[in-house]
Ligand binder design. Structure first.
Ligand SMILES: Nc1ncnc2c1ncn2[C@@H]1O[C@H](COP(=O)(O)OP(=O)(O)OP(=O)(O)O)[C@@H](O)[C@H]1O
Length: 253
């Protein structure tokens, strides 16, 4: 058993938008320095769980504890990287300005960034392989590179927990490698990572645990134990499924 402190405790938790329950009876624990992959079909509730971990969608039954407190209270120590296609590429700022935004919760909005803040920003861009693009306009980068900039913004915040919503969708191999490296180094520093993905390779390469979701939980535990073809078929609701390499392909719905 892990001797590290639990950072995420989910205890018979149900999550709902108003009266509409989306996730029911979830259970699981993640510790410091561990990553968990959320895997399930479209509409399974992966983004909803991430929003619940941010305290943006209410837990209506049971309990979710983040960093020893409520999700809303933990938010200052939690960084979130949204899905790439929710970003506005016309955002008129430089790459380093985007990353500096990650520091503002620590700096305060009225103080100027210090040399130490600038060093954190440079280090975060280094970690995602984009140091050379610091002065470029955010909108001139590719989709995968913009995703990496947002990851750098999250790293610069110095989070104790990082939430990533499908960060690998449509990114090239270089960006994927940079994302995996960055997740690895955050884990080494003791942060926990929660990543929703359709890519089983990511779960195998970067995650200690897997949570299989489709409105209910179909497994939560060590990747090697949970990520079985039988459990995946159950999670994907009996749809015809193919496991091509490490990707789940729903061939018939
Ligand atoms: N703001 C909302 N109000 C009510 N229902 C919502 C809201 N947002 C999402 N839902 C519903 O919650 C369910 C789960 O959606 P969610 O986006 O969490 O799934 P997902 O697993 O992230 O899917 P995908 O892989 O397509 O991103 C869906 O049925 C969706 O319609």
């Amino acid at each position: 058993m892990s001797e590290r402190a639990p950072t995420l405790v989910i205890d018979r938790a149900s999550v709902a938008y108003g009266d509409v329950p989306v996730l029911e009876e979830l259970d699981g624990v993640v510790h410091e320095g561990e990553a968990v992959a959320l895997i399930g079909p479209n509409g399974a509730g992966k983004s909803t769980l991430i929003k619940a971990l941010l305290g943006l969608v209410p837990v209506v039954r049971g309990r979710i504890e983040v960093l020893g407190t409520t999700p809303a209270q933990a938010r200052r120590d939690v960084a979130y990287v949204p899905q790439a296609d929710t970003l506005d590429p016309d955002f008129p700022v430089s790459v380093e300005q985007v990353v500096m935004m990650g520091r503002y919760r620590r700096i305060g909005w009225l103080r100027r960034p210090s040399a130490a803040d600038r060093a954190e920003v440079a280090g975060a861009l280094e970690r995602v392989g984009l140091a050379a693009r610091a002065r470029d306009r955010f909108g001139t980068l590719s989709g995968g590179q913009r995703q990496r900039v947002l990851l750098a913004r999250a790293i610069a915040a110095g989070p104790r927990m990082l939430l990533l919503d499908e960060p690998f969708n449509g990114v090239d191999a270089v960006s994927q490698h940079a994302l995996l490296e960055a997740i690895g180094s955050l884990k080494e520093q003791g942060a926990s990572v929660v990543v929703s993905t359709h890519d089983l390779a990511i779960a195998h390469l970067a995650c200690d645990e897997v949570c299989l979701l489709n409105r209910h939980q179909f497994g939560f535990g060590p990747t090697g134990d949970v990520l079985t073809p039988e459990r995946l078929r159950a999670t994907y609701g009996g749809h015809a499924l193919e496991l091509r390499g490490d990707r789940v392909i729903v061939t018939q719905t």
